[in-house]
Write a protein that binds this ligand. Structure first.
Ligand code: SAH
Length: 350
């Protein structure tokens, strides 16, 4: 395996090129090519043939292949299943909102967190993605669809804060003015609640939006559906969120999947309102997506509305998230599972 060139930042590229006897400005030329989604070094026509040849022997570009592409007939959502260089697959979803085209990307192959309602975690964690593999999901979604991407959400397969260093490097790459230049305010990162990592993220001074997958206001309910709660109980999580807000000034967004008879009663809504009291937050109620392998079912529309009313009665801004791409298995991890079952493996030639 050669070095993974697209995971390198500009100072690292400058150093690598200096070792090849190249001047500093070449690094910027190379960086620009990489972040335009060049598939081969030969495309980089403003670099000499000799340099392109040297790069080819020392570095890998590894562009992902489209293993599957599914477009929703309902709302223009496009779901991509990417085959990575080692044969593993991950998903991204392109969503078309009025505020711009948004891509939801994966941060890991599989997930170790074990949430009871989530398809991504059923096979456990396979491995973490490199910064380049996250960047490529944005780049190649843009190139394949022909649509400019203005927003990114890290809400696909995996737990981004479990892959902290690579995710941070990815964020800085995708934000770079000579690259895709996507503003931090246009990026959301979603976590199931790894408290020490939330504290660390607060110290990075990034203007991104932190989404926290809360899904329950009490330890009794949350520990039933999210094993991570046993390590970091609700009070500690909300304390970390308060700290995050105090350090960054950024309002937290809480995700709340509505699960019938588990976390959707008026009493639970009151508990949630009390838990979030005084914290500048926004609650996203998401009717649970039905995952075939799980006995958990979505709440009724009536239960969702009643829940929303109670939260709003307490002054907590609440939206019920529109479900996009429901005809194309667009929720977390579903397409990868289906494909793996059909093909038993994502590896080409198997
Ligand atoms: N690991 C991160 C990000 C990936 S999951 C996290 O936990 O936040 C993205 C969001 O989808 C999370 O809020 C997750 O809890 C939610 N989710 C997973 N499975 C779901 C399902 N079946 N229905 C509704 N939301 C689901």
């Amino acid at each position: 395996m050669n070095r993974d060139i697209k995971s390198m930042d500009l100072p690292e590229l400058t150093e690598a090129l200096a070792e090849l006897g190249e001047p500093k400005f070449r690094a910027k030329q190379l960086f620009t090519w990489l972040h335009r989604g060049a598939r081969t070094f030969d495309e980089m026509t403003n670099l000499s043939k000799a340099l392109r040849e040297k790069l080819r022997t020392q570095f890998d570009l590894n562009p992902p292949e489209v293993a599957r592409r599914q477009a929703s007939r309902l709302d223009g959502t496009v779901k991509y299943l990417w085959r990575l260089a080692d044969g593993n697959c991950v998903e991204s979803v392109l969503m078309r909102y009025h505020h711009g085209n948004t891509v939801c990307i994966s941060s890991e192959v599989g997930c170790a967190m074990g949430c009871a309602f989530c398809a991504s975690t059923l096979g456990g964690l396979v491995r973490r993605l490199t910064p380049a593999e996250m960047l490529d999901q944005v780049l190649f979604t843009q190139l394949d669809s022909g649509l400019p991407i203005s927003n990114i959400v890290l809400m696909g397969i995996g737990e981004p804060l479990d892959n902290y260093d690579h995710v941070l490097k990815f964020l800085r790459l995708v934000n770079h003015p000579d690259g895709l230049n996507i503003g931090m305010r246009h990026i959301s990162l979603s976590t199931c609640g790894l408290v020490p990592r939330i504290a660390r993220l607060a110290g990075e001074d990034l203007q991104l939006t932190l989404s926290v997958s809360l899904h329950a206001p009490t330890n009794a309910i949350r520990s039933q559906i999210m094993p991570v709660n046993k390590a970091y109980p609700v009070e500690e999580l909300v304390a970390a969120c308060r700290q995050y807000f105090e350090t960054t000034g950024r309002r937290i967004s809480f995700e709340y999947a509505m699960i019938r008879d588990v976390n959707d009663t008026p009493q639970v809504a009151e508990q949630l309102a009390a838990l979030l009291h005084g914290l500048p937050a926004h609650v996203n109620l998401i009717p649970l997506n039905d995952v075939a392998e799980s006995p958990l079912k979505p709440s009724t529309r009536r239960a969702v509305e009643a829940f929303q009313q109670i939260l709003e009665g307490h002054g907590i801004p609440t939206t019920v998230r529109r479900t996009l791409g429901s005809d194309i298995d667009a929720s977390c991890g579903q397409l990868r599972r289906k494909y793996e079952k059909e093909a038993t493996s994502c590896r080409p030639g198997d």
